[in-house]
Design a binder for this molecule. Sequence first.
Ligand SMILES: Cc1cc2nc3c(=O)[nH]c(=O)nc-3n(C[C@H](O)[C@H](O)[C@H](O)COP(=O)(O)OP(=O)(O)OC[C@H]3O[C@@H](n4cnc5c(N)ncnc54)[C@H](O)[C@@H]3O)c2cc1C
Length: 400
Amino acid sequence: MADCCIIGGGVIGLSLARELARRGAAVEVLCRDPLDRTASWAAAGIFPPVVGGDGGTGVERFTAWSDRLHWEWARELADETGIDNGLRRCGGLHVAGSAAGRTRLAGALERWQGQGVRSIPCDGPEIAAAEPALAGAVADGTIATGVVLPDETQIRTSRHLDALFAACRSRGVTITHATVHGLDITGDRVTGVRTESGTIHADRYCLAAGAWSGGLAKELGLELRTRPIRGQIVLLRLPQQVLTRIVSFGLDYLVPRPDGRLLVGATIEDVGFDPVTTAEAEADLLGVARRLLGDLPPHLVERTWAGLRPGSADGLPTLGRGPRCHNAWVAAGHFRAGIHQSTGSAVLVADMMLGQRSPGRPPIDDGEFAPARPPATRRADGESVGAYLARVAESAAAPP
Ligand SMILES: Cc1cc2nc3c(=O)[nH]c(=O)nc-3n(C[C@H](O)[C@H](O)[C@H](O)COP(=O)(O)OP(=O)(O)OC[C@H]3O[C@@H](n4cnc5c(N)ncnc54)[C@H](O)[C@@H]3O)c2cc1C
């Protein structure tokens, strides 16, 4: 019998499994889907710069800590598995052309500067000089202004997941393909999780099933209010890379990979549990790439995919123990920042499950992420699903 059983093998479940195994626990992970069908695999892997100093909000400090941990984990994972997860500070360039887009970008610049994030405003000619592939968009007025964020970072999420998977395996974690249909609860303890091939028993359990966590959380007496928000991405294979930085244009973005691939993302769709790609979304995303980079031949599309972001009502992840069972925790609802926040989530939840406190853990108010946080004290530090969808509607009405 395992010490710890984790339901879900996305970035949250695998990161937690690695952290628990590293501390000597016997761990079993149950995952319904192959890795490349998870939201984690679908993610663009953008880490917006976050300073998270004393003046920052709780979730900013948490994300900044996770960001720092990512650099340690990338080195360790490379040593443990030989896989380079592609974490690199490539920088970002946020651009706008319309009056509405310029106003929104000016507001964002004010926020970044207020947070102490390195942010450098630039005009059209400076943008064309920094990223020559955007010169045509500057010339035709699609882009009028921009802000460079030198600390924006990217990670190759597929490689990061492969590295986590391999690291878990090498530390003896059992990773089982299984769908959990329900929990067996006796008194204040979970005694097993029911799968199609039998019941799995462990001493402690963690629910890390992404957008699907809500149903099982109810059995733990929790109302998680996670909601799936579909994101589709198109991957282009260019003869050679044309960008150096991540380029963000309103809510759309282009992420250049060193091997010449260019990721164009992402749609934001409130369509329920339907992780399919559509021809319409592919055409829209290619339209964004063409507006910014000029004509692109259609045969450059290598692959399209979709994932379901685990949206949360207040934009904050839920990390902690529910009110009903002493031996069951939840790590879910990371919405648009799950890759970025995965390392901090893993260390924090492992601390909770093993009753430890990791050395070097900064003072994080874990009550802020507690499953039982009352709605009245919920803080909208993260961006809630509702606020995000409102921003999408605003951007559609007045494009960037
Ligand atoms: C298009 C897109 C772009 C994104 N871009 C970024 C980004 O740039 N930066 C960033 O930080 N984040 C980004 N995200 C968000 C990020 O991907 C998510 O927050 C994160 O992957 C959530 O991880 P997870 O492990 O909770 O969920 P998932 O990756 O969805 O994993 C859930 C796991 O639970 C399993 N599961 C579900 N139900 C059951 C069950 N009943 N029994 C057994 N197993 C079950 C699944 O099979 C899977 O293994 C993006 C997401 C999308 C879709």
